[in-house]
Design a protein around this ligand. Sequence first.
Ligand SMILES: [Zn+2]
Ligand SMILES: [Zn+2]
Length: 415
Amino acid sequence: MKIKFLTGTNKIGGCVVEISTSQARIIIDYGENLDGSAQIPIKGLTDSDLSKPPKYNAVFITHSHGDHIGNVSQIRPDIPVYMEEKAMIINDIICDFTHKFKNKVRAYKNPHIKTFTFEEPIMIKDIKVTPYLVDHSSYNSAMFLIEAEGKRVLHTGDYRAHGKKGVLFIPTLKKIGPVDFLITEGTTLTRNNKIFNKETNLIQDLMPLTRYDQIYFMCSSSNIDRIVTMYKSFKKTHLFLNDLCMNSVAKELPNIPNSNTFKDVTTFITNRQKKDPYLYYLHSTKKVIEELPFSQKFALSTKTSMRDYLASHQDQIQNACLVYSMYNGYRRSDWPDKSTYEFVKFLTEDLHLDFYEYHTSGHGDIKAMENLFRYTKPKEVRIIHTENQEQALAVAKKIYHDKVKLVHDGDIVKL
Ligand SMILES: [Zn+2]
Ligand SMILES: [Zn+2]
């Protein structure tokens, strides 16, 4: 078996790994680069000339974050692409709201889009791929166990163990058992990966904010755990308001707060959402309001698209706070996309909202990594999805000891 690290050994997001045997060749993840640069084209995977046969037998997608699924539409339509069904639905909804229409799986004309079920193996010639459900800030994320030619490789995708599905982590690792080779994400290795706050602890942390009449919270529409956290924190004291994107995602999933099936949830829309591409979502949404209920207490999922509305109602914004509940890099002035930075500045400086930051990472802490190592007992480890391979390796050595080695884009490991 051969593992080729095509890209993503020294950056977060856009990681692409190839695994091959003498009979078959597969790719894991083909997402966008977070800095907005184009993903690398791959011969035999992304070529527009289909006269030559494809070089790959299948692509597997770990989860719905754009840095893993975002470039699926560039894959040759004669290559099967496997993903989890809800991950595909979430991706397509968010693409509509972020106007990344070309990244929608439904808009991509590939007759070989296939959905997988957790723990049901898929055979790609002599390569057996088994997806396992893993805790991450993206619904129904997968890690893949890849078995072929007598070797077992685990690709973790993005994962953590302190979220709502964290209880599954050790039992799943026990089911997977020892592996020969571990390919694991290392996002937090360079970000002080001490023990992270549990998702469920955020509820108590947020409770004191119920003293505000108006709570404007910002979190990702794909972070389903966080939507539930916000709902549980504020539903007793405040009217809970989803934005249209968040509601459109939530109503597709079982028992996630949304205005179609939850009595105490309402959806707030802005004027611009009364036209395409939002009409499709608007028409399938119940309990929609177009004006914020300033006379009562509310907690609103707040998006940058609400800026004009909030600016024109600023005299009604009183006793209000902003709860920032996403990765803090997005609100830094040096982040490639400045929209979050500018929006937070507008809310706090122009509208004078009190600012609070409550977040817990979507990625594993040191304890999760130690458990990963303890239960899978890999003979070799490589880190991907890290902003600095050398710095990450220095920290990783404390966890994976001499099993972990430096890896660069283009490296091939033979097992
Ligand atoms: Zn990622
Ligand atoms: Zn992710």
